[in-house]
Ligand binder design. Sequence first.
Ligand code: 5GP
Ligand code: ZN
Length: 116
Amino acid sequence: MTESDCLFCKIVAGEIPADIVFENDDVIAFRDVNPQAPTHVLIVPRRHIPTINDLEESDARTVGNLYLAAKEVAADEGFAASGYRVVMNCNAAAGQTVFHIHLHLLGGRILGWPPG
Ligand code: 5GP
Ligand code: ZN
């Protein structure tokens, strides 16, 4: 499913350029345009899923593939052992602004806890 007005569907389709760092047949990962850490990569399913609340049992493999991609990118970026953060925002109170689910992979600096 592709949503014609969805920013990340357009990146998946190649209609908007992005700095892609990983891709397979299910997910792609690209650098965030407004990075919050030395490495800030967004990992998204190729298929349009608006929020975590829209996930179905049949999406379980895709969600797993998002994390497997995060592992690969963290290794490529050189901070797999030292540490990094993977987070997904859901809806307004968490600050979700693009309604196509995405993992944020943040690394390359000490990350405070709890997040804001
Ligand atoms: P959210 O706030 O929905 O969790 O995260 C959306 C993320 O998408 C933000 O970190 C924002 O900087 C990023 N973003 C917004 N527009 C673009 C874009 O056109 N290209 C890229 N690469 N990232 C974007
Ligand atoms: Zn989409």
